[in-house]
Unconditional design. Structure first.
Length: 415
């Protein structure tokens, strides 16, 4: 019965999905006459590089709590062989790491015996392990052909960037990559309805399915009706993004110490304290985010404090240079290894959002010192990164022109 179900599933799989993963081999033979080209097309269908014609192909997806042996016994593979497959293949793939929902395929003899010949398990979207049971057991890992496609996306924000991309059928990972590029210039906590974006990017594809965003080549973001360009360019061997005025997008400080949160309280000299119930200066910016959300150091620096105190709870303080220091309060946990004198880079995780110390709910209170005085980071004219160097200007201008023209040619989806 299980065999039959497996077969039905696989037949459907072949009908729907095989056209994508079959590779037709085209052999071109040039004869003596240079004008006469014989093209021999091999019509064989391949699955995992194996010609399917010579086998019966069955398979399914791993079910919840299903073991390697439970699967294989259904296909008439005896326990001794299963044990050998698991043992000899341990270094290549540990069968205890089988995951529900992943696909497996069994190639059997094309006769009434249907003896299992080859077993394939998909470790992830790209890699798979092959157990070749013909003659002596051979076990190896292989990869599906990966292609990189240049694509474009555009949209008008209705709720969040992530949802807008997802609703239009794009890989929503694009939202994360975009927000990283713009982390220094656009406040994603104040993203507006009707903000617009256009992006040219490279996507990694396997069998017609997206497995990830490789990189963004260029992007245009319209925020509060203001244009923000991001054009990729390599300068001093460093890949970076630059704007239409040849300035770098990366600033000395990140806009915020957490991603995708909201500001729940701004820096002010007079604010009603929700816990102490009195007016008190709030010399920080509070970002409300779920407990456990990673907190990033907003710039490169050296840890000066990483400890617990009654009011601050678990907190970390980072000295960036002789002028700037930042502090992050109320962490549920300080990241392991974060202690005084440790160097951190911009974007490194230093702890996790919590509500330790004097706090009503999970948030991070972000404090910013300039020359020993607490200031509002959003009112500071913070230094920008290096612009395009003179020597690279001609080259950048050329790329910029092509990219801006391409971006302008992308249309927004009609709502
Ligand atoms: Zn605060």
């Amino acid at each position: 019965m299980m065999r039959l179900i497996g077969k039905i599933v696989l037949t459907t799989f072949i009908l729907l999905g095989l056209s994508n993963c079959s590779d037709q081999k085209v052999n071109e033979e040039i004869t003596n006459n240079p004008d006469q080209v014989d093209t021999i097309i091999d019509q064989t269908t391949y699955l995992y590089g194996i010609p399917v014609d010579s086998f019966k192909v069955v398979g399914d997806k791993v079910k919840k709590n299903q073991f390697f042996s439970q699967i294989l016994i259904q296909y008439g593979i005896n326990y001794a062989t299963i044990d050998k497959m698991a043992r000899e293949g341990k270094e290549i793939f540990d069968v205890r790491r089988l995951r529900a929902g992943r696909s497996y395929t069994v190639f059997t003899t094309n006769d009434s015996l249907e003896t299992a010949q080859i077993v394939i398990y998909e470790i992830n979207k790209i890699e798979y392990v092959v157990y070749d049971l013909r003659d002596t057991l051979k076990i190896y890992r292989a990869k599906k052909p990966v292609t990189v496609e240049t694509k474009t996306a555009s949209g008008v924000i209705t709720s969040s960037l992530y949802l807008t991309l997802e609703q239009q059928g794009y890989n929503p990972e694009l939202a994360i990559v975009l927000s990283e590029i713009y982390a220094w210039s656009i406040d994603f906590y104040h993203i507006q309805k009707n903000d617009k974006f256009k992006v040219i990017y490279e996507e990694t594809m396997v069998e017609g399915e997206s497995v990830g965003i490789k990189r963004i080549k260029s992007a245009y973001f319209e925020h509060f009706k203001k244009p923000y360009y991001a054009i990729q360019f390599t300068q001093n061997k460093n890949l970076g993004y630059y704007d239409e005025e040849n300035r770098g997008l990366r600033r000395q400080f990140l806009k915020a110490p957490v991603k995708f949160s909201r500001i729940s309280s701004r820096f002010s000299y007079k604010r009603f304290h929700p816990v102490q119930k009195r007016n008190k200066a709030h010399l920080g910016t509070d970002y409300a985010a779920p407990k456990g959300t990673p907190i990033y150091s907003t710039a490169n620096g050296i840890i000066t404090h990483a400890k617990y105190s009654k009011y601050n709870g678990n907190y970390v303080k980072v000295k960036h240079n002789s002028v700037y220091t930042t502090q992050y309060l109320h962490m549920s946990k300080i990241k392991r290894g974060i202690r005084p004198s440790v160097r951190v880079k911009q974007g490194d995780v230093i702890g996790f959002v919590g509500s330790t110390g004097l706090a009503t709910g999970p948030h991070v209170c972000y404090r910013f010192w300039k020359n020993g005085k607490q200031v509002d980071p959003y009112r500071q004219k913070l230094p920008k990164s290096e612009p395009i160097k003179k020597a690279n200007l001609k080259k950048y201008e050329k790329i910029k022109k092509v990219m801006v023209t391409e971006l302008q040619g992308i249309k927004y989806p009609s709502l």
